[in-house]
Design a protein around this ligand. Structure first.
Ligand code: HMH
Length: 209
């Protein structure tokens, strides 16, 4: 049986749950997250998305002709997303020049390391990264303000369709791969880094006033 995105999720339910269910997200939902925790996430995710953009550019460079259209649409959406991050940071008076924390750094290094991996591995990692946010932001249920637009960015129907297309492309690439062990490893590494990224923001020191 060929490896598929669905079979990866079925083989590793615990790893995937850790990637997509975290107190950071449930505290957003219940309104108990401290703004400092959210602001850490926002600043670090901005740095993440800048490097993620570069990764998607490299995946595009490795993609077969029939996968270009979906990846190009994804890059178009990221252009808007980076501007949106800058606007959200300005609303909160955040300094986007803050350095990456070690967890963000590790995630960015992982994305850079995908450049030397075969296309099926890159396509699988890209799908996993996007699906993690698509699920993570939706699973707690409707997000209250001020988090509604954040949940919507990765939970809206258009983004959900995009993630499904990425999954179909990854499946098609995996069907042609003769060694899928690296793709499975990349999936598990994404799951681990996603869990660590939530935890990094959640662990922000809260200074009582
Ligand atoms: C950490 N994972 C992380 N940040 C994101 N913005 C996404 C996935 C989705 O692009």
């Amino acid at each position: 049986m060929p490896l598929t995105c669905q079979s990866l999720l079925q083989a590793h339910p615990t790893a995937w749950e850790k990637a997509t269910v975290h107190p950071f997200l449930t505290d957003c939902h219940s309104g108990t997250l401290h703004p400092a925790q959210f602001n850490t996430w926002l600043g670090q995710d901005y740095l993440f998305v800048k490097d993620f953009t570069r990764m998607v550019g490299r995946v595009l460079g490795a993609a077969p002709d029939e996968h270009i259209d979906v990846l190009l649409a994804g890059l178009g959406a990221i252009k808007d997303e980076l501007l949106w991050f800058e606007a959200k940071a300005a609303e909160r008076s955040l300094d986007l020049a803050a350095p990456p924390q070690p967890t963000c750094q590790s995630y960015c290094e992982f994305m850079a390391s995908l450049a030397t991996q075969p296309y099926p591995v890159q396509a699988t990692a890209l799908w996993a990264i996007e699906y993690a946010y698509n699920q993570g932001w939706q699973l707690p249920g409707p997000m209250p303000e001020p988090y509604t637009e954040f949940a919507d960015r990765w939970g809206n129907p258009g983004f959900t369709d995009y993630v499904h297309l990425l999954g179909s492309q990854a499946d098609a690439a995996l069907a042609t791969a003769n060694d899928t062990a690296q793709a499975e490893q990349a999936f598990l590494r994404v799951a681990e880094l996603e869990a660590a990224f939530w935890q990094m923001a959640f662990a922000t020191a809260i200074v009582p006033n």
